[in-house]
Design a protein around this ligand. Structure first.
Ligand SMILES: Nc1ncnc2c1ncn2[C@@H]1O[C@H](COP(=O)(O)OP(=O)(O)O)[C@@H](O)[C@H]1O
Ligand SMILES: CC(=O)N[C@@H](CCC(=O)OP(=O)(O)O)C(=O)O
Length: 286
């Protein structure tokens, strides 16, 4: 499982995992698995194996998955041009159907199957199931993009209680049962808060928050709320990283101990971030 690690890294992972098991037994860790980190099958398999390991040692992972690139692909197949405003997909009725097909019809069942290969029982849940994610329209121009109005953690907690790994698609349900498309980072942050999760891990396609985002060797390994705001003010944190950072800041301001932004393109990034002192991505705390 940890073949790609150096012997020193392996030893460190083992030692750290012993103290981790004590601290984290039965604790909930919410992991947002973004679409950009799903492109390579080998990496996908590796992410699932690492999460399976967390489950084996008694941690309760909850997955919130994305799938932006696959939604783009299916839209293109249907001759629709993906369009974004501030990182959010403009979602008309057809796009909403495509989004649900991809997220709850394809990606969630695929993740469930990958867990099943490791004897882990996982359950795909649309955010609509059991009113997990209630939402309303965010803005006229974005169409069916949802703003979360409430999270009902009941169903997720009972699924965890029964020993399953919940795999949640970022779809919300409106007042009259209509579907809303919601950014997966936003969903992961709100679900982490509602579950009183110990940690929120956002898996993305950059090495972490970078001081100079042309240079992957400038990862900022730890940030607190004040530092994060100052990086946003200075324009160092920008674009797609801003909503991600706000999700983390909101989470750590509301009881989640630590958030991690890590690189899904790197093998075993979850284990390296969680079980080593320095980690490999960016850790955000209050
Ligand atoms: N300081 C920064 N460090 C790293 N990435 C940054 C920074 N500022 C902006 N970004 C941008 O944020 C992007 C990550 O956000 P996004 O593409 O929305 O991720 P995802 O698809 O995983 O949700 C990076 O690819 C990068 O272009
Ligand atoms: C409103 C909005 O933009 N929703 C996202 C939902 C999926 C997602 O967030 O996927 P990634 O994490 O892979 O980007 C979308 O339609 O792409």
């Amino acid at each position: 499982m940890v073949n790609q690690l150096t012997p020193q890294q392996k030893a460190h992972v083992l030692l750290e995992s012993l103290s981790y098991i004590k601290t984290f037994h039965k604790q909930i860790v919410v992991i947002k698995y973004g679409g950009n980190a799903m492109i390579n099958n080998q990496l996908k398999e590796c992410v699932i194996r690492d999460i399976a390991l967390l489950k084996y040692i008694g941690i309760n992972p909850v997955i919130v998955h994305g799938g932006g690139p696959e939604i783009n692909e299916l839209m293109t197949l249907y001759k629709k041009k993906p369009e974004f405003i501030n990182g959010l997909r403009v979602t008309d009725e057809e796009t909403m159907k495509i989004t649900e097909m991809v997220l709850t019809g394809k990606i969630a069942p695929e993740i469930v199957s990958l867990f099943s290969n490791h004897d882990i029982k996982a359950l795909g849940l649309s955010g609509k199931d059991g009113n997990i994610i209630k939402a309303k329209q965010k803005s006229e121009e974005l169409g069916l993009v949802g703003e979360i109005t409430s999270i009902n953690p009941e169903l997720i907690l009972s699924v965890i209680e029964k020993g399953y790994v919940p795999v949640i698609s970022p779809i919300g349900i409106g007042e009259t049962g209509e579907s809303y498309n919601i950014n997966a980072d936003e969903v992961a942050g709100k679900i982490a808060i509602s579950l009183n999760a110990k940690k929120l891990i956002l898996i993305t396609d950059v090495a972490g928050v970078l001081e100079n985002h042309q240079d992957p060797n400038t990862v900022i390994s730890a940030l607190n709320i004040n530092e994060a705001y100052s990086y946003i003010k200075k324009g160092i944190i920008k674009g797609g990283m801003i909503p991600k950072m706000f999700c983390c800041l909101n989470a750590v301001s509301n009881g989640v101990e630590k958030c991690h932004i890590i690189d899904g393109r790197q093998f075993h990034s979850i284990l390296l971030e969680v079980f080593t002192d320095t980690g490999i991505g960016t850790m955000i705390t209050a």
